[in-house]
Ligand binder design. Structure first.
Ligand code: MIG
Length: 649
């Protein structure tokens, strides 16, 4: 059961789409009013587990942490970083009482969860205008499913978005993209798409191609298309101030940009230099922005990633020009932490200085900050739906609950280190809890130099995440699967993704269509697995147990019941795995996973591309009796549970 309690004058976030009964007072929290803020408190029992918060640092059990919902471009995040790119104000308390709470406010919100051993959950909502949704259910899993049902149907990607993709900040021109396609295809490693980072643009302008690098983008996209490879360009939030540019001119003429206190348009420097921010909270501006994607769809492009939409700001009209940026960099190096705090404050000044016109209601950006990226996803999703009339690929860096109806997310600039592989394992579970089924991290890591071992282990995990994309930064070593010498191991691991495609696609679509999670913590189904964060359930049949430690040839795996162990080394080898804890050895070119008792897993033959996927050529692994296979044409909107047919062993 889900109910809502209203405080002050909440912003219409459109996160929850279901009709929900309103009750006068919260059932679980005590509420204290501050000058502007509202603080909610709940006394935890010692045995309580607290899940949630989507894209946040910390353990799966959020106890002991302090987290701040305030979407931030956190270039290099570490264990104690309070804010990441997305804000997902959803908690699940499981223990003495089991319930969920979604604090639906786009304003800065601080979560202290048994912080410094207080024994309390303390949630401070900065504006005091919010809807608090509370969910009663007997299990944590049940609570999440109710939230997913309330926020509405999850984004449905096309089949090809479940393929493997390559990306790099630095690919410049057609030759670079051809080289990547060649690198994969020569080595027999499957590939479905290559992401285009900002260097494809002319002067970093959205909706433009650098003419030198891409003289005829429609022809180039067709050429790649023939090879089975899609182009997936990045789109940044800011529109370059460029008189004469039709997108800029139209935005200015119609008032589609965020405004300053003096009524002019706010100016912030990002990659293109000075830009204006589209007012994604405004319906007309959203529709206008969505229409611009026609520039790409006309060239046969159907997949996108939206970046810099926290929004990220390098400097603003208030915090001066390049010189000051260089100076600031020098100061960062000299004064470290202290300097960082000052910069934070400068940044906050920017975010307080511009406003939105939310369909007639003037709102200070700072107070609705966390909604900006999610509304960009919505603008793009709604636009593409109209332009294409079929499914599109879309994932965003910044997000808010509800944006999962329009697209997925990737988790931003991680680092090529083992802790961030584990962070990816955790985020895959936590993002699913709040509805972002289509998600993934930069496989191999964005910052820093990846090693052969780390990339292989990371790929061996990413085969299970719906978004499986290798991406890295500009100055890092080459990170493509063919860039580490002997490619055979990479070919094997990435091929597994394609052999699992019948299962992954089917499980994703069924989960999305029934408000279920695609990836969930093991303990959501097996309470005796409490505290195990590095083994996850992927769909209904499969348990993954990735190696996330450097140099580890094996790991301990806990089996809450008898399962089937599947060792993939280019072929599937099944053996019974009895209940209990076992040591599982995994060579670098192998992936070991498990099939739950009484379940089946459909796998296909080796293929090089999702367009070769043939649901008639399947083998069923496991000891179950039947499996409900979801299939469709992979692209249209005709997606219902009627597309599920029962396969029997
Ligand atoms: O300021 O477009 O997270 O994936 O490669 C950095 C360049 C901007 C940040 C994204 C990253 C992307 C990069 N972008």
């Amino acid at each position: 059961m889900i109910t809502k309690t209203v405080y002050g004058d909440p912003i219409k976030t459109d996160a929850v789409t279901a009709e929900v009964e309103t009750i006068p007072e919260t059932r679980h929290f005590s509420v204290k009013r501050g000058a502007r803020s509202l603080t909610f408190t709940y006394a935890l029992a010692p045995e309580d587990t607290v899940y949630g918060l989507g894209e946040a640092m910390g353990r799966l059990n959020k106890r002991g942490g302090r987290y701040v919902s305030f979407n931030t471009d956190t270039g290099e995040h570490e264990e104690t970083t309070p804010s990441l790119y997305g804000s997902h104000n959803f908690l699940v308390i499981s223990g003495r009482e089991t319930f969920g709470a979604f604090f639906d406010t786009p304003a800065r919100t601080v979560f202290e969860i048994d912080w410094k051993g207080s024994g309390l959950i303390r949630v401070e909502c900065e504006t005091g205008d919010l809807s608090l949704f509370e969910i009663e259910n007997s299990t944590a899993y049940g609570v999440c499913r109710e939230l997913l049902a309330a926020v509405g149907p999850c984004y449905l990607p096309p089949l090809w978005a479940f393929g493997y993709g390559q990306s790099r900040f630095g690919y410049r021109d057609e030759a670079d993209f051809r080289a990547v396609a060649d690198g994969y295809q020569k080595n027999g490693i499957p590939l479905d798409y290559i992401c285009m980072d900002i260097d494809y643009m002319d002067k970093f302008r959205d909706f433009s191609f650098d003419k030198k690098g891409f003289p005829d983008i429609a022809a180039f996209s067709a050429e790649m298309g023939e090879r089975g490879i899609r182009l997936v360009p990045i789109v940044d939030a800011g529109i370059k101030i460029e008189p004469g540019d039709p997108v800029y001119e139209e935005g200015v003429r119609n008032g589609y940009f965020c405004r300053n206190k003096d009524g002019g348009y706010f100016r912030a420097a990002v990659w293109p230099g000075m830009t204006h921010f589209p007012d994604f909270l405004n319906t007309s501006a959203r529709e206008w922005f969505g229409r611009q994607y026609r520039f790409y769809t006309d060239a046969g492009i159907e997949g996108f990633w939206n970046d810099m939409n926290e929004p990220a700001i390098f400097y603003s009209q208030y915090t001066k020009g390049w010189k000051s940026v260089l100076w600031q960099l020098a100061m960062d190096v000299l004064f470290g932490e202290k300097r960082r705090e000052q910069k934070e404050r400068g940044h906050i000044r920017d975010l307080k200085s511009f406003s939105h016109n939310m369909d007639g209601r003037r709102l200070r950006h700072y107070d609705v900050h966390n909604l900006f990226g999610g509304m960009m996803t919505r603008a793009t999703g709604e636009g593409l739906r109209k332009l294409l009339g079929h499914r599109y690929m879309l994932f965003s860096r910044s997000s808010y609950i509800g944006a999962n109806r329009y697209g997925g997310v990737w988790t931003g600039d991680n680092t090529s280190k083992w802790e961030h592989l584990m962070l990816n394992v955790r985020h895959s579970q936590e993002l699913n809890m709040c509805g972002f089924l289509y998600s993934g991290a930069d496989t191999g890591g964005f910052n820093g130099n990846c090693t052969r071992e780390l990339l292989l282990r990371w790929l061996a995990f990413s085969v299970f995440t719906p978004l499986m994309r290798n991406h890295t930064g500009k100055l890092t070593r080459a990170q493509e699967a063919y860039a580490f010498g002997d490619t055979e191991a990479f070919r094997k691991v990435i091929s597994l993704r394609y052999r699992l495609l019948p299962y992954i696609y089917s499980e994703y679509m069924k989960a999305a269509l029934t408000s279920d999670m695609y990836i969930k913590p093991l303990e959501f189904v097996y309470p005796e697995a409490r505290g195990i964060e590095d083994q996850i359930l992927v769909g209904d049949s499969l348990m993954a147990a990735p190696i996330v430690q450097e140099g580890a040839p094996e790991r301990q795996v806990f089996l809450p019941e008898d399962m089937t162990e599947v060792r993939y080394d280019g072929n599937f080898h099944c053996s019974p795995a009895p209940r209990g804890t076992r040591t599982v050895h995994m060579a670098l070119d192998e992936v070991v996973f498990f099939i739950r008792k009484g379940k089946l897993l459909p796998v296909g033959p080796e293929i090089q591309n999702t367009r070769e996927y043939d649901p008639e050529r399947l083998t069923l692994l496991g000891d179950g009796e039947s499996y409900g296979l979801y299939t469709d044409d992979g692209i249209g909107f005709d997606c219902t549970m009627e597309n599920v047919r029962t396969l029997r062993k």
